[in-house]
Write a protein that binds this ligand. Structure first.
Ligand code: PMP
Length: 353
């Protein structure tokens, strides 16, 4: 009985034992909503079929290569950089964690943007600072520079193309920010393969406080969890200190390696997504009550007169998009699917608006 009493009071006090910054944090919501056409999570509609060959070569009793040597070699070759400038992560989410653990805050980012910058800052007890984007969804450079001068952020995250707005930020403004800060600037290029601009890798040689984040998630390997950090060797070495030893499992390493070798198929899928994105944009522009925002990514943000109703009615007919309520009010975000999926989306949309 006494034991039970003690146990109960302990159970009731759990929340008090939790660090203050975690108490007010909510777990990342990953609701699985059944649907026929899934266009809510910025995934690629195209998976890869070479998995079985790779699987047969795996020694399940052995730990994975902690350094992911082969994978880094292929990535470095792909991006025409040195493998010493690459660090591997269990998706770029993990690399965001590492960067904040190593460089600390305050962590500065524009909003709306990818939610994990803020969530991980809070999880690690670092101060986060967000500056709203301007009306064109570009960086508000004056406010960003003021925040840099005043609060001296340890880290600045810039998602370009930006999730959820879809646009690339002005390169000039990004360079001004890199010049102005004594902290690290992370240009998150998760959606770069779909962009018309080249991205910031060529800038690395001139800016030692710049790092680039890339991921395989958007080009068909979201299930494998493979991301990369690219930057000065000194930065890579520091971040590598906090990396968990076997952060990418054997299966993911092997499959990613096979897929990366097949550049032709990869590029074909990217091309199809870009051309379908342009078709979707044109079709969405024809709706009177809908305004799509131009996108350099694999999704399109669009405003609608009655977004909640449209979201629900699309879902009732089996089409799942993302309701951006609370992030960009009045907007929905649709991921580019296969041509067939996009046609279903457009046809259903015509019926429900
Ligand atoms: N950065 C941005 C801008 C993203 O939108 C996402 C995924 N939605 C990520 C990073 C995370 O990518 P990963 O799957 O590699 O963790």
């Amino acid at each position: 009985m006494i034991w039970k009493l003690c146990y109960n009071s302990f159970a009731m006090d759990i929340k008090r034992l939790v660090k203050q910054n975690i108490r007010s944090l909510s777990a990342y919501e990953t609701r699985e909503i059944p649907c026929r056409v899934k266009l809510d999570a910025n995934e690629s509609p195209y998976g890869f079929s070479m998995a079985s060959k790779a699987i047969s070569k795996i020694e399940t009793n052995r730990y994975p290569d902690p350094e992911a040597k082969e994978l880094k070699k292929v990535i470095a070759k792909d991006l025409a950089i040195n493998k010493k400038n690459v660090l591997h992560g269990n998706g770029s989410d993990e690399l965001i964690y590492y960067l904040i653990a190593v460089f600390g805050g305050p962590v500065l980012y524009p909003t709306p943007t990818f939610s994990m910058y803020g969530i991980i800052s809070q999880a690690l007890g670092e101060r986060k600072m967000s500056i709203p984007l301007d009306k064109e969804f570009d960086l508000d450079i004056d406010k960003m520079l003021t925040a840099i001068r005043k609060d001296k952020p340890g880290l600045i995250f810039l998602s370009s193309p930006n999730n959820p707005t879809g646009n690339c930020f002005s390169s000039e403004k990004i360079l001004k920010i890199i010049d102005a800060t004594r902290g690290i600037v992370v240009v998150d290029e998760a959606y770069q393969p779909f962009a018309s601009e080249k991205g910031f890798i060529p800038m690395l040689k001139d800016y030692k406080n710049l790092v680039i984040m890339r991921t395989l998630s958007k080009i068909g390997l979201a299930g494998l969890r493979v991301g990369f950090l690219i930057g000065d060797e000194k930065i890579i070495c520091e971040v590598n200190k906090v990396r968990l030893p076997f952060n990418i499992n054997s299966l993911s390493q092997k499959i990613a390696l096979e897929v990366l070798k097949n550049r032709k198929e990869r590029n074909l899928y990217i091309k199809s997504i870009v051309s379908e994105r342009n078709r979707l944009f044109n079709e969405l522009s024809k709706f009177e009550s809908i305004s799509p925002y131009p996108s350099e990514a694999n999704f399109i943000l669009f405003s609608a007169n009655e977004p909640d109703g449209i979201y629900e009615r699309l879902l009732k007919k089996g089409v799942l998009v993302r309701n951006m309520k609370g992030v960009v009010n009045g907007c929905l975000r649709v991921t580019v699917g296969t041509p067939g999926e996009n046609t279903i989306f457009l046809n259903v949309l015509k019926k429900v608006v």
